[in-house]
Design a protein. Structure first.
Length: 110
């Protein structure tokens, strides 16, 4: 298996976080995430474990009935990561609106 650079792992991690943010508060199985990102399940699992250690994602170990998963793992974005991601998205949207307003204001000057 070829070695993947840290830069590419970081980009894949960003894709995973974005996917979990889009589906928040719903949790997703490792296989669903791997299918969406188009990567190997074991590789995605390793990245999710790294993200979990950083506190960005949470591992769900029980189903809705409270029974432990034996072979499957579900993941969701941590509350802290969701708040940070939401704030970044709203700032991004506010900047886009501000830039659009500047474009319209500048076109009036001509």
């Amino acid at each position: 298996m070829p070695i993947i650079s840290q830069q590419k792992k970081d980009k894949i991690s960003e894709q995973i976080l974005h996917y979990l943010f889009e589906n928040s508060p719903e949790s997703k199985f490792t296989s669903d995430i791997a299918k969406e990102i188009a990567r190997d399940e074991e590789f995605i699992k390793l990245i999710l474990i790294e993200l979990s250690k950083k506190g960005l994602v949470n591992l769900i170990t029980k189903n809705s009935s409270g029974v432990l998963y034996l072979k499957r793992q579900r993941w969701r974005l941590s509350n802290q990561a969701f708040q940070i991601y939401s704030a970044a998205q709203s700032n991004k949207n506010q900047n886009a609106v501000f830039q659009n307003n500047n474009i319209y204001n500048n076109s009036d000057d001509s």
